[in-house]
Every structure is written in C-alpha cells, then in structure tokens.
Design a protein around this ligand. Structure first.
Ligand code: BTN
Length: 254
C-alpha cells in the first residue's frame, strides 16, 4: 500500500509533494487534492484546477535509474496516463511533446515533473510527478481563454468519473511503467509514445528560452526523449525543452 495524502485544498500538490520528498517520504507516496489555488504548469504557466472536477495529484518517485534518465520520466508518465485515459473513457488519447495529454485535438491534461535539487548519491534522488487531468468539468467551467483548446473526459465521452478511482489507476500504471523502464529501458515507452504522437508529421514551431523559434515538420522524440523536427531546408533539429505549438503556416515569416 502506497501512502496517499488526501487534501480538500492546497496551493499546489507538487509544492507539497516536494516538501514531503525532502523529508524522506518513500517511493510511491502521493498527494491528491480536490482543488488547488496555485496549480503550476510547465514553463512557469498556471494550471487551472476546476474545484472538485479534476485529478490534481503529485507522486513521489525514487526510481533506480541514472540521472540522465530523469529527463525521460515525463514521457514514461505520458504513456502511463494515456493508457488509463483510454481505459476509462474508451477514447484514443494522444500525447503532445513533452507533457500534454490530448483527447480529440484538445488538451485534457498535463504533466509537471520536478526533480530533486541535489542529484548526488542515489539516496537523496527523487522526482515529483505532478499530473493534472480535466475529468468531470464542462466547457463553461473553464476560464474563457481555455474554452477553445481544453477538454475533459466528460466533454468527450459524456460520462462522469470517480476521481479517486482514476487516481488509483494512474498511480498504479505509472509505478508499473516506471519499474519496467528502470529494468527494461526506454524502447517500449518510446514505441508506445510514438503511436500516440499528436504532432507527428505536422508543421510546428518550438520557441526556446531565448525566444528563438524553430519551425519544421515534427519527426517525434528520439531515444533521448528529445523532439526532432525538420525545417524547410531539410535540416533536422533536436530540442530538449521549449514551448511547442502547431505552426499557423509552414512558411517562415508568415
Ligand atoms: C502543464 O500542462 O503545463 C502541466 C500541468 C501540471 C498540473 C498538475 S496538477 C497537479 C500538480 N500540481 C501542480 O501544481 N501542477 C501539477
């Protein structure tokens, strides 16, 4: 039995889980909240948590993997979450590199992986995997600016779901898949990820930290977890992080 901290409300389950991980809480410990007042997304973005309508959880993991493999944890999590989304909704779930969960071309969830600040000596190493999923929310419950891009399990399937049940499935699948990743390697994850690649073959752009934009056709992630794209001169670029979106046009400057 893995420990679960259930909360009515917190600012961010990731923040709390990191605090618990620093105090030594074991592999598999989770924080689950009915609502968040300061949910965090990737690249400093805000994660909107409709109260009582979504899954907002963070899971502490201490996998037996090298530091270099930590960068792949988000992709392992994406596949684990996608399997559960498909099982419970009966709908095909797609993944947008590196951390977005998609249903029918709209975002229904995201992953925020944060690693231990001290990466020395295996004892202290951990990652906190934050998972947000829009489950029972309807369109009008999202902030206006998200209404054309966000979706939920309910909106795509018409069903209502027990959030704790979805949580238990996600945690169990994630821990099983991480275990397989640490023993068998990344190839299985990569193959499953590529089958659900939302961007593959589409014109996209990646905005780096310094504001530089690379445009090209998405070729999918490689064995390191980097996203590859081919620009219009045929040059291939690998990106390890950055904001990725579909391009409005394949032509640079338009
Ligand atoms: C993203 O799409 O940019 C990632 C979103 C991650 C949201 C989840 S909700 C539970 C956990 N706690 C947080 O503050 N963020 C993650």
């Amino acid at each position: 039995m893995y420990p679960v901290h259930f909360l009515e409300s917190t600012d961010s389950t990731n923040r709390l889980a990191k605090e618990l991980a620093e105090k030594g809480e074991p592999h598999g410990t989770a924080v689950l909240a009915a609502m968040q007042t300061g949910g965090r997304g990737r690249l400093g973005k805000v994660w909107e948590s409709v109260p009582g309508k979504g899954l907002y959880c963070s899971i502490i993991v201490r996998p037996e993997i090298d530091i270099e493999n930590y960068a792949r944890i988000t992709l392992v999590t994406g596949v684990a979450v996608a399997k559960v989304v498909e099982e419970v909704t009966g709908k095909r779930c797609m993944l947008k590199w590196p951390n977005d969960i998609y249903l029918k071309g709209r975002k229904c969830g995201g992953i925020l992986t944060e690693s231990s600040p001290v990466m020395m000596g295996t004892q202290e190493m951990y990652a906190v995997i934050g998972i947000g999923l829009n489950i029972n929310s309807s369109d009008e419950e999202f902030p206006e600016e998200l209404r054309t891009t966000a979706t939920s399990f309910f909106m795509e399937s018409g069903g209502n779901y027990t959030i704790r049940e979805v949580f238990a499935k996600v945690r169990d699948q994630l821990l099983a898949d991480l275990d397989e990743f640490s023993t068998a390697g990344f190839t299985g994850t990569l193959n499953s990820w590529r089958k659900r690649d939302y961007l593959f073959g589409r014109w996209m752009e990646c905005v780096g930290y310094d504001g530089t934009i690379i445009r090209g056709i998405a070729l999918g992630p490689d064995s390191e977890g980097r996203l590859f794209l081919r620009d219009e001169d045929g040059v291939e670029h690998g990106v390890l992080s950055g904001d990725v979106r579909l391009a409005k046009s394949r032509y640079i400057g338009y």
